[in-house]
Every structure is written in structure tokens, then in C-alpha cells.
Write a protein of this length. Structure first.
Ligand code: NAD
Length: 250
């Protein structure tokens, strides 16, 4: 067998929000690199089709999980068993002008993207501590590091994810638990695909220094780096994967 720094043989990874988009892609990549994968999302039926695509790599398990529900998180911990790698990916956005943003919009976004993410990390960190460590990868966004109009609660939640990552990294380093974040730029997935065909979408792409959208595959290297022992001396890092969007000109 070829030696690889990024191999995940013998590791068990859990991916939240694995029924679609980046979560489904991350699960596939982790499985292809040797991890046993637990797919978690609210709708188990939607997870089954993702699990089917992972069959060539071995068995993937599906567990029901609503990251905003304490009882659902507790049931997930029982069902999932020991986890070495948590990809905290579940998230959502409610778009619209800040003047019209409702309290319900604010709550659902913060509860899912930030509170849900913290309590997922907490739920799995005790097991990781007992077994000597683990890797937690929080999916942030460049909107946690810069700002744009029409996404106030989302940007605030992702800024919170950045600070959550650094705070937990500090506190859990002594337990061997590494906590890092991916901060993707604009990635072409099913939910935003149509937008990129519009004039506004095309104009936005022109503001990305590499002049192209990210594809899910562009996140593979950073994901595998953070998941594997190749990043064993990295914790508290927030990795932008954005074609240079964060460094664009004023
Ligand atoms: P998506 O809508 O396809 O995926 C989000 C997933 O989270 C879905 O499977 C959804 O069911 C799940 N989810 C939502 N609420 C949940 C809950 N309460 N409990 C469990 N699962 C829940 O979108 P995506 O683009 O794949 O986004 C995945 C992550 O990547 C999100 O955190 C998003 O903020 C982040 N992100 C995406 C982009 C992008 O351009 N696509 C850029 C930066 C960051």
C-alpha cells in the first residue's frame, strides 16, 4: 500500500447536514480516504441515497439528527458510537435586508449555525477526550471574516463559528482534541447553482481574484488536511478556501 499522510484508515467520522451539498461531498471524500462514515441529518431517507453512493468504500451508517435539539443530539451520541472526526457542517441562511430580518429568522440561523454547532462539538468531545483525542472541523464561511449585505444573521453566526473554533481549540488542546475551521468562499452547489447564471451572480464571480466559483472538490485538500494526522500540530486555524476572495482589492 502507498504511504499517504492524508489516510483515514481506522477512523470514524461523523458529518452533520450530510444529506446534500457540501456535507454529502465531505462524507464521500472521507470515505474514499478510508474513514468509516456516519451520515447525520434530519431526514434519514435523504441520507440513504448518499449512503448508497458510499458503498464502494465500505459501510456508511445514517443517523437522524437535528442539531438544534438536545434530545436528538443525545440520541445521536448513543447511536453513532465513538467518533474520531466531527465535520460540523449543518447550516442554513435566511437572506434579506437587516431592517426586515425577523426574530424568527435570527433565531433559526443562530440556533442552527452556532448554538447547534457548539453543542454538537460538546456532545462528541467527551468521548474524544476519553479515547485520547480527535479532530473537529467547523464549517465557517468567508462571511464570518468579511461582510456582505442581506445576510446579517448568517454572517454573525459564522463570525461566531470562527471564535468558537479558536476558543474550543484553546480549551481542548490538553485533551488531544484539535478544533479547526474551513472558511469556504462561494462554492457551486445545488442550492445556489441558478444564482450564478444571473447578472448579479456573474458580477459577483468577477470580484473573486481567481475569477471563478469554487467547486466542492476545491475543499478536498483542506478537509483531508484537517481531518488527518497531517495537521497534528494545527489547532485553532481558520482556513479560507475562496479563490482569493478575502484578499480582493478595495
Ligand atoms: P445545503 O443546504 O445543501 O446543506 C446544509 C445541510 O445542513 C443540509 O443537509 C440541511 O438539511 C442541513 N441542516 C440544516 N439545518 C439542520 C439541522 N437543524 N440539523 C441537522 N441538519 C441540518 O448547503 P451547503 O452549501 O452544502 O452548506 C453546507 C455548509 O457549508 C453550511 O454550514 C454553509 O453555511 C457552509 N458554506 C457553504 C458555502 C457555499 O457556497 N455553498 C459557502 C460557505 C459556507
Amino acid at each position: 500500500m502507498k504511504e499517504t499522510l492524508l489516510g483515514l484508515d481506522g477512523k470514524r467520522a461523523l458529518v452533520t447536514g450530510a444529506s446534500s451539498g457540501l456535507g454529502a461531498h465531505f462524507a464521500q471524500r472521507l470515505a474514499a480516504h478510508g474513514a468509516e462514515v456516519v451520515l447525520a441529518a434530519r431526514r434519514v431517507d435523504a441520507l440513504q441515497s448518499v449512503a448508497k453512493q458510499l458503498e464502494p468504500y465500505g459501510r456508511a451508517r445514517c443517523v437522524a439528527l437535528d442539531v438544534t435539539s438536545a434530545s436528538s443530539r443525545a440520541a445521536m451520541v448513543e447511536e453513532a458510537g465513538p467518533i474520531d472526526i466531527l465535520v460540523n457542517n449543518a447550516g442554513l441562511v435566511r437572506e434579506g435586508a437587516a431592517l426586515k430580518h425577523s426574530e424568527e429568522d435570527w433565531d433559526v440561523v443562530l440556533d442552527t449555525n452556532l448554538k447547534g454547532m457548539f453543542f454538537m462539538a460538546q456532545a462528541l468531545a467527551s468521548g474524544m477526550r476519553e479515547r485520547g483525542g480527535g479532530s473537529i472541523i467547523n464549517v465557517a464561511s468567508i462571511l464570518g471574516l468579511r461582510q456582505a449585505g442581506g445576510v446579517v444573521s448568517y454572517a454573525v453566526s459564522k463570525a461566531g463559528v470562527v471564535q468558537l473554533t479558536r476558543t474550543l481549540a484553546l480549551e481542548w488542546a490538553r485533551h488531544g482534541i484539535r478544533v479547526n475551521a474551513l472558511a469556504p468562499g462561494y462554492i457551486d452547489t445545488e442550492i445556489n447553482h441558478d444564482f450564478w447564471q444571473t447578472d448579479a451572480g456573474k458580477a459577483l464571480i468577477q470580484r473573486i481574484p481567481q475569477r471563478r466559483l469554487g467547486q466542492p472538490d476545491d475543499l478536498d485538500g483542506p478537509l483531508l488536511l484537517l481531518a488527518s494526522d497531517a495537521s497534528r500540530y494545527m489547532t485553532g486555524a481558520v482556513l479560507p478556501v475562496d479563490g482569493g476572495h478575502l484578499v480582493n482589492t478595495l
